[in-house]
Design a protein around this ligand. Structure first.
Ligand SMILES: [Cu+2]
Length: 136
């Protein structure tokens, strides 16, 4: 909720800025139009389904994925970051994902769009496993 309010506030500020530098429309007409636009935008934002989470990071360290299990909203961008001192990869069978090998400090990212439970593992060390739960 707080996030949505913030977006609306900054959208309103933006349309005011547009108005000030506007394309020479009569002042009254332009500002009324902006008001309507801001109201329409607010409606769209409130009607929209839950927004995706902020991007999440799964760190690979000492032969394990940390955190090992995360729950995210649909549409969330997840970054797998290798902080181990040897290469690893990420295989997510349910998404037909096989990342290239990631060297130290390398990363691979994927978007999790559909609700479900996605088990994954390292392609070179299959005992390294983790899970991403995508839920509304
Ligand atoms: Cu590995």
């Amino acid at each position: 909720m707080f996030k949505s309010s913030f977006v609306i506030a900054s959208a309103a500020k933006q349309s005011r800025a547009t108005c000030a530098n506007g394309p020479g429309l009569p002042r009254r007409y332009a500002s009324r139009n902006d008001g309507i636009r801001a109201a329409a935008l607010a409606l769209v934002l409130f009607a929209a389904p839950a927004l995706a989470d902020q991007p999440q990071t799964v760190t690979i360290d000492n032969f394990s994925f940390k955190p090992n299990i995360i729950t995210v909203k649909p549409g969330t961008h997840v970054v797998f970051k290798n902080q181990d001192d040897l290469p690893h990869s990420v295989v997510i069978p349910d998404m037909q994902v096989k990342s290239p090998l990631m060297d130290t400090d390398g990363s691979y990212d994927a978007d999790f769009e559909k609700p479900g439970e996605y088990k994954y593992f390292c392609g070179i060390h299959p005992m390294m496993t983790g899970k991403i739960i995508v839920a509304e």
